[in-house]
Design a protein around this ligand. Structure first.
Ligand code: SAM
Length: 172
């Protein structure tokens, strides 16, 4: 499958630190290769990289990325998640699936240029909610739920359990 990338626009380090961290962790958990964040944020990078170091996988985070240039230079298909977009069920079949995908999510109001630049503007329901929820539903549909329990070969692996917590730690 081609690589899935996320572009987070409008990140305000103080105000959005938790939500953008959750956008990044959700992207990783559901199989994206990495996230580009428009505002430079070293703390955000450290927090996300610390999860990657412990739980494995190849996830990349880059902050301070010029979003207009990224949209222009991206070699693949661009999908913008917005409550104003076309229906998810109607839009999904239009995704080519054979090219890398850049999924754009906003923090606040997204500039009109993004709507123009995107190949598809897709809504996950027509009610306002959260970029984390929109991304999770979208990625899960896109990947048919295949990444929920995929092995990341991490230092730590959580084993699903009916009760209690089972964590296997690798000793190197
Ligand atoms: N008015 C904005 C919009 O265009 O959806 C809502 C801003 S919301 C606080 C931040 C981000 O959440 C949006 O940029 C969008 O990526 C995502 N979002 C919120 N509701 C959504 C929905 N129903 N469908 C898809 N994305 C949504």
């Amino acid at each position: 499958m081609p690589n899935i990338w996320i572009l987070r626009i409008g990140h305000r380090p103080q105000r959005d630190k938790r939500v953008t961290t959750h956008v990044a962790l959700t992207s990783r958990a559901l199989g994206a290769s990495g996230i580009f964040v428009d505002t430079k944020d070293n703390v955000l990078e450290e927090n996300v990289n610390s999860v990657v170091d412990r739980f494995g996988g190849e996830f990349v985070i880059e902050t301070g990325v010029h979003w207009k240039k990224k949209l222009k230079s991206f070699d693949g298909e661009v999908v913008h998640l917005t409550m104003y977009g076309e229906r998810l069920d109607e839009a999904m079949p239009k995704i080519a699936g054979d090219r890398d995908l850049l999924i754009v999510v906003g923090a606040e109001k997204v500039p009109p240029e993004v709507y123009q630049a995107a190949d598809l503007n897709i809504s996950v329901g027509n009610q306002p909610h959260s970029e984390v929820a929109a991304l999770a539903i979208f990625l899960d549909r896109l990947t048919d739920g295949k990444n929920l329990y995929s092995d990341r070969d991490g230092q730590m692996t959580v084993i699903p359990n009916e009760r209690g917590k089972t964590v296997v730690e690798k000793h190197t």
